[in-house]
Design a protein around this ligand. Structure first.
Ligand code: FES
Length: 161
């Protein structure tokens, strides 16, 4: 069982997963739950800046990442996602005070839960992306896509079986 520090960490730099080869021909489906005030605005900005990011991500807007329940993440996997990440405001910048800190704790819990059913905790992640960080939004989308390409298809994707 991974230590709490490992589970809580954002993507390590360098990411050891990147040393693996991507699964050939696999295009993952990745669900992004983005907060309206920051990350969703960053996604909009990335679009306005005509930045390229992988078409693998499906963005769901939420008023605040504090609204994200662990069940939403589990449901996304049940519905066919290969990876899920939550993107909220920078710490200290949440429009609902500490919603993103609650989200961070829930992501930690979600990582533990999916690990217990045999999924890699790296399939779930939390990022803090400011509204002005369009390039960062595109970078994170590419990073999670590459990461999940290396993990391969989710074994609990009942729709694919
Ligand atoms: Fe963005 Fe709370 S308003 S994370």
């Amino acid at each position: 069982m991974a230590e709490r520090a490992d589970l809580m960490s954002t993507v390590p730099d360098p990411d050891p997963l990147m040393e693996k080869e991507p699964v050939p021909g696999f295009e993952p489906l990745i669900v992004t739950i983005a907060c309206h005030y920051c990350s969703y605005a960053a996604a909009d900005l990335a679009g306005s800046m005509r930045l390229q990011y992988p078409p693998n991500i499906r963005i769901i807007r939420t008023p605040c990442t504090g609204k994200v329940d662990v069940l939403y993440i589990l449901k996304a996997f049940e519905e066919g996602a290969d990876g899920v990440y939550v993107a909220g405001c920078e710490e200290g910048g949440c429009h609902f005070d500490i919603g993103n800190l609650y989200a961070k704790q829930r992501i930690y819990y979600a990582k533990k839960l999916i690990q217990q059913v045999g999924l890699e905790p790296e399939r779930v992640e939390m990022f803090n992306i400011a509204a002005s960080a369009g390039p960062r939004f595109a970078e994170v989308a590419a990073l999670m896509t590459e990461r999940v390409k290396r993990l391969g298809p989710s074994p609990i994707n009942i729709k694919r079986i």
